[in-house]
Design a protein. Structure first.
Length: 214
């Protein structure tokens, strides 16, 4: 059975593009792209790829809870096996996260547990870090805190700005996220008893080791 994937975005959607381009169609299909912003450029990318788009503008709802209830209802109609947060800029409540438990992935632009939250590239530069990166993880109630799946490291180069560092990190995100999506879609990656597992074996603290991916 093909894995039904929905990607949630708020902006440019460069990760969405990488997911579209590198999806292994033997295992998965992106059945919809949902945006909370009607003007997100990622919606255009989805339309160009012939993917169904859903827009739920959070500003149309009185509070976070009613916005999320509407999202859950729309998403349940699509019956996703996997939800991929790709630059979706709304904090999700426990209700949403537990509804999609084990089916929810996020990418965060830092080497978690370092730099949860926003402005990660600037914070890594200000701290004088020699390396930075991106992390894919399952989403749990803790913001940017769920079980880690895979990380990519990049060097910080003298003279880097938050923008140049972000570009280097994003390049890696576009490798990591499709890889993770395809592992999940093929059934090899799962959340079991709260732990990220590859081929039924729990992953270590640093996530997937490259030699385990064939
Ligand atoms: C990425 O840097 C991702 O790590 C973060 O949001 C950004 C989304 O960029 N969660 P894009 O919309 O995929 O270009």
């Amino acid at each position: 059975m093909v894995c039904r994937i929905v990607v949630l975005i708020s902006g440019s959607g460069s990760n969405l593009q990488a997911l579209i381009d590198k999806l292994d169609r033997q295992y998965g299909e992106i059945v919809a792209v949902l945006s909370n912003r009607p003007d997100a450029y990622g919606l255009e990318r989805a339309r160009r790829a012939g993917i169904n788009t859903l827009v739920l503008d959070h500003k149309d709802y009185a509070d976070r809870e009613s916005f999320e209830r509407a999202m859950i209802a729309r998403l349940d109609e699509v019956a996703p096996d996997l939800l991929i947060l790709a630059g979706f800029m709304r904090i999700l409540t426990t209700e949403f996260v537990s509804h999609f438990q084990g089916r929810l992935l996020n990418i965060h632009p830092s080497l978690l547990p370092k730099y949860k939250g926003l402005h990660t590239h600037k914070r890594a530069l200000e701290a004088g870090d020699s390396e930075h990166g991106a992390t894919v993880h399952f989403v749990t109630e803790e913001l940017d805190g769920g079980p880690l799946v895979v990380q990519a490291r990049v060097p910080v180069i003298p003279g880097d700005t938050p923008e140049s560092l972000a570009e280097r990190v994003q390049h890696q995100e576009h490798v990591l996220y499709p890889l993770t999506m395809n592992l999940f879609a093929s059934g090899r990656l799962r959340l079991i008893d709260g732990r990220a597992c590859l081929d039924n074996k729990p992953l270590g603290a640093s996530g997937i080791e490259p030699e385990r991916i064939d």
